[in-house]
Design a protein around this ligand. Structure first.
Ligand SMILES: NC(=O)c1ccc[n+]([C@@H]2O[C@H](COP(=O)([O-])OP(=O)(O)OC[C@H]3O[C@@H](n4cnc5c(N)ncnc54)[C@H](O)[C@@H]3O)[C@@H](O)[C@H]2O)c1
Length: 369
């Protein structure tokens, strides 16, 4: 498989995303060139990543003093308290700005490690090696770091760019189907907001991607997805405007995750699946998109058994709480809920163009779940 290099380049940063198969050996060259003064590496590892990749990575880092921190992760792990513990450990071992923090894990570990890297001595070098499909197509790109608060998802964090992202598709082989589905959801989101032909490709190849985990097709999906994310990030690194389009479905999703108390019953990708359907149904209710667009999305969901029925998870009495969490979303700049809705497959409304009050959302809630 050919290795592909994409570049994120904007006014505040420039770094590469390297996608290929069996490419962990890139790490030594990348540190040598990007962080020539580095002496220490903090290797932050997800326990579920197969051992052979950890052994390989340590071998490639043999020129450095490596401190390994291994964690079992879930959304509750992504907390300010846990970040503080890691920061203190790095400080106790005299990490300097010239040293490096490497994350080998999914989106949870990546968000957590990047946030820690951004605040240790006001920022040490950060390298991301995403190991889930979701992290390779989405969370490793764009420099959003952070942790959850009891008041809402990802409410604490910074913008901090990695020095390089190394996405090795070989690592995806051990990923459970449930997690592949979550990555597929974010890829689908990228197609929905910008490229209808990519949506059709994803529709036609869904079984190859989800069931067979065809690594060549997964690589193609990762590259396409990264390009779409890079397009938005480069236009608006600090999410003041167009980057908000990437949040399609996420205002619903984050509120669902918060109401779910971040329990494993619904993970982030599954909440995104529900959130995108709710946003599309609302788009149809508000006459922004056609019934055909809604049906096209339903068809992909039904064919691949993507579950979007939130009634299975929440009692009616909890809906008001979900709406309340939506009003606390970061994108809101007044008391209304600021949403990105769908106009057609491949096109959304612009940021700040569609806002709904919690009272109005309550009125249509039964129709969009
Ligand atoms: N920063 C951003 O821009 C951004 C964007 C999207 C999502 N996110 C965040 O990403 C998080 C979700 O990320 P995720 O879906 O990767 O979840 P995750 O990090 O929890 O990983 C999912 C599961 O897969 C396991 N795992 C990881 N790599 C594996 C491998 N190679 N083989 C087997 N198991 C493996 C993990 O241990 C975990 O159980 C959420 O917290 C979300 O808020 C951030």
């Amino acid at each position: 498989m050919k290795t592909t290099k994409l570049t994120v380049k904007n006014l505040s940063s420039s770094y590469s995303i390297i996608v290929g198969r069996n490419i962990l050996n890139q790490i030594s060259y990348q540190i040598k060139t990007l962080c020539p003064e580095a002496k220490k590496v903090a290797l932050i590892v997800d326990k579920n990543v197969p051992k052979k990749f950890k052994i390989k990575l340590k071998k490639y880092l043999n020129k450095y003093k490596v401190y390994t921190f291994e964690y079992s992760v879930n959304e509750k792990f992504k907390s300010f308290i846990n970040v503080n513990k890691l920061v203190e450990k790095c400080l106790a071992n005299n990490f300097n700005r010239s040293d490096v923090l490497v994350s080998l894990g999914g989106g949870i570990l990546g968000d957590y490690s990047a946030f820690a890297a951004s605040i240790i001595k006001r920022g040490i070098n950060f390298i991301n090696i995403p190991t889930t499909l979701l992290a390779q197509v989405d969370s490793s790109i764009g420099g959003k770091t952070g942790v959850n608060s009891t008041l809402g998802k990802n409410l604490i964090g910074t913008f901090y760019q990695p020095r390089v992202v190394i996405s090795d598709v070989e690592i995806l082989k051990s990923l459970p189907k449930r997690e592949v589905v979550c990555g597929y959801a974010e890829i689908l989101k990228h197609s929905l907001i910008l490229k209808s032909n990519f949506f059709n490709w994803l529709k036609n190849n869904s079984q190859q991607l989800l069931i067979n985990k065809n690594l060549n097709l997964l690589k193609k999906a990762i590259i396409e997805s990264c390009k779409i994310k890079i397009y938005f990030v480069n236009k608006d690194i600090y999410e003041k405007n167009v980057r908000m389009i990437l949040n399609f479905g996420h205002t619903f999703a984050h509120a669902i995750e918060t109401q779910n108390n971040y329990s494993k019953r619904i993970n982030h990708g599954e909440a995104v699946i529900m959130g995108m359907m709710m946003a599309t149904k609302l788009s149809y209710e508000k006459k922004l998109c056609s019934l055909d667009a809604l049906n096209q999305l339903k068809e992909v969901y039904d064919f691949n058994n993507l579950k979007y029925d939130i009634k299975r998870f929440f009692k009616k009495s909890e809906y008001a709480k979900i709406i309340e969490y939506m009003t606390a979303d970061k994108k809101n700049n007044d008391r209304k809920i600021n949403l990105i809705l769908l106009k057609k497959i491949g096109l959304t409304t612009q940021p700040n163009m569609y806002k709904i009050s919690s009272i109005d959302l309550k009125k249509v809630f039964d129709k969009i779940i």
